[in-house]
Design a protein around this ligand. Structure first.
Ligand SMILES: Cc1cc2nc3c(=O)[nH]c(=O)nc-3n(C[C@H](O)[C@H](O)[C@H](O)COP(=O)(O)O)c2cc1C
Length: 163
C-alpha cells in the first residue's frame, strides 16, 4: 500500500491526533476531509474517521473522492476483535485493510446534535448491568471522559504502510 496522503474527519480532535502522528511517522501530507487545498481527486489515501453510532464519519465522501487504500476508525469503545469485525461489516470494508484505534471522549468539546445524542447514550449505558466488565468500562468513560490515544496503537497501521 502506498498512499500519497492522509485524510481525516475529526469532531473533537482525537482522530486528528492520530492523523498527525501518522503524518509525522510517515512524512505523508495530512488533510482534514474537505480542506482546500486537499489531495487531488482520485489520489490514493489513507482515511481516518471518527465513529458515530457505528458509522465511520466522512467515509462515503472520501470513497467518492479518493482511492481509499486503508481505513482507520477511531472510537471510544475498548478495542477488540468482535467490535472491529462489527464496524468493518457495518461500513462495508471487507476488502480493505482496516484498523480500529481507541480515541477518547471529550463531552465538553461536542457541538450541535452530538451533545444530546451522547447524553442519551450515556443514560442508556448507565442502566446496563455493572456485572458486565465492558459495560462498566464504558460507564466510567461516559462519566469521566477519557483519552486513550497512543502511538503504540498505530504500529499495525505503520506495518501495513511499509508492506
Ligand atoms: C454521537 C456520537 C456517537 C458515537 N458513537 C460511537 C460508536 O458507535 N462507537 C464508538 O466506539 N464510539 C462512538 N462515539 C465516540 C467517538 O467516536 C469518540 O469520542 C472519538 O474518539 C471521537 O473522535 P474525534 O475526537 O476525532 O471526533 C460516538 C460519539 C458521538 C458524539
Amino acid at each position: 500500500m502506498s498512499p500519497s496522503a492522509i485524510v481525516y474527519a475529526s469532531a473533537t480532535g482525537f482522530t486528528r491526533r492520530y492523523a498527525d502522528l501518522l503524518a509525522e511517522r510517515t512524512g505523508l501530507p495530512c488533510f482534514a476531509l474537505g480542506a482546500v487545498p486537499g489531495p487531488a481527486r482520485g489520489a490514493a489515501v489513507l482515511y481516518l474517521g471518527w465513529l458515530c453510532a457505528g458509522g465511520i464519519k466522512g467515509l462515503r465522501k472520501a470513497r467518492a473522492r479518493y482511492k481509499v487504500q486503508a481505513v482507520c476508525a477511531v472510537g471510544m469503545s475498548p478495542a477488540g476483535t468482535a467490535y472491529t469485525d462489527q464496524v468493518r461489516a457495518q461500513n462495508h470494508l471487507e476488502n480493505l485493510p482496516f484498523f480500529y484505534l481507541r480515541g477518547g471522549y471529550a463531552p465538553e468539546r461536542l457541538t450541535g446534535l452530538y451533545r444530546p445524542m451522547m447524553s442519551l447514550m450515556s443514560r442508556m449505558v448507565s442502566k446496563a448491568s455493572v456485572e458486565d466488565e465492558g459495560a462498566r468500562a464504558m460507564q466510567e468513560a461516559f462519566a469521566k471522559g477519557g483519552d486513550w490515544v497512543s502511538a503504540e496503537q498505530l504500529s499495525p497501521v505503520l506495518d501495513a504502510l511499509t508492506e
